[in-house]
Design a protein around this ligand. Structure first.
Ligand SMILES: O=C(O)CCC(=O)C(=O)O
Length: 301
């Protein structure tokens, strides 16, 4: 697709697919290290799907049932994380992001690895992470293998990037109520779901406001090996619908700035996280927590 067409397709539909973007060599290297170091590890990794530090659970076919967050910066597994950064910080992705959005350079804000499908419920990323002002964060979903439709495919709802605000009547809504509203919207728009057949190396780019999630697993015999990553144009600040995180600090890999939101496991990090999760579904407590973060976040980061 020509750059101009790619950008207008993305702006119109809230997503665009680049076929065969990631070289197999980079993918195979990452998957080898995943099998050798991560899958067998007895270390509690932070899980995006449960929001906790947990040991890895394998299903009957040997696939990890929880997703891994921020794999690009594991202090204990630098070789694995470097293999991940070779993909996430590659010129191929920077270039595809340029073609998609028209911006020049992009910072890597968060990453995930999925082995089996975790049946992610529909959501928009802007609640959790976005640019400030909102709407310019780009998520990418990378197929690390040919994704079988029985594995439970990743899906998006095209055009939902266009001004769909589920909290316009109630800005202080809780996260669970907001997710319930999105779930209801998706139930009523089943016919709009697009779950593309993604092959190894294909990448789907989607906007922070595009509703996305994962279809149910039909057979757990099939893995759904994939990566996701979230980027912001380098000239934007990072945050979400509620806060500007102007206190974060970046590291750099091959010229690409990257950030990690969840640190490696420690008893202290686990305690901080458990405390935060008590606040998470209460709009009032969360507001207080965010104000504290704006004031003192600089100290922690
Ligand atoms: O792959 C999935 O199940 C969900 C990924 C996702 O929600 C994201 O990257 O924002």
């Amino acid at each position: 697709m020509q750059t101009r067409l790619c950008q207008s397709y993305y702006e119109e539909n809230g997503y665009v697919i680049f076929r065969n973007l990631i070289p197999f060599e980079l993918i195979n290297n990452l998957l080898d290290l995943y099998a050798q170091q991560i899958l067998i590890s007895k270390y509690p990794f932070f899980r995006q799907n449960t929001g906790k530090y947990e040991l890895t659970h394998l299903n009957e076919f040997g696939y990890a049932t929880q997703s891994f967050l921020d794999i690009h910066d594991y202090e204990k597994y630098p070789k694995f994380s470097d293999a991940a950064k070779e993909i996430f910080c590659s010129e191929k992705i920077q270039d595809a992001l340029r073609q998609t959005t028209g911006y020049e350079s992009f910072n890597l804000m968060q990453t995930m690895l999925f082995d089996a499908n975790t049946e992610t419920q529909p959501h928009q990323d802007c609640w959790y992470l976005d640019t400030v002002p909102n709407g310019y964060l780009i998520g990418i979903w990378i197929a690390l293998e040919d994704i079988n439709e029985n594995a439970g495919r990743f899906y998006i709802l095209p055009k939902t990037n266009k001004n769909l605000d589920f909290r316009s009547d109630k800005p202080n809504i809780s996260v669970s109520e907001w997710l319930k509203r999105i779930n209801e919207y998706v139930s009523m728009h089943q016919q709009d779901i697009v779950a593309p057949d993604l092959k190894k190396g294909d990448v789907l780019f989607f906007n922070s406001k595009t509703i996305h999630g994962s279809l149910p697993t039909i057979s757990s015999r099939f893995s759904r090996k994939s990566l996701t990553a979230h980027y912001i144009p380098s000239n934007y600040q990072f945050g979400n619908l509620f806060i500007t995180k102007d206190y974060i600090t970046y590291k750099t890999y091959k010229g690409v700035q990257f950030y990690r939101s969840k640190p490696d496991f420690s008893l202290m990090n686990d305690l901080i996280l458990r405390t935060k999760s008590v606040f998470y579904n209460s709009p009032i407590l969360l507001k207080i927590l965010r104000q504290l973060y704006s004031k003192f976040g600089r100290i922690r980061n």
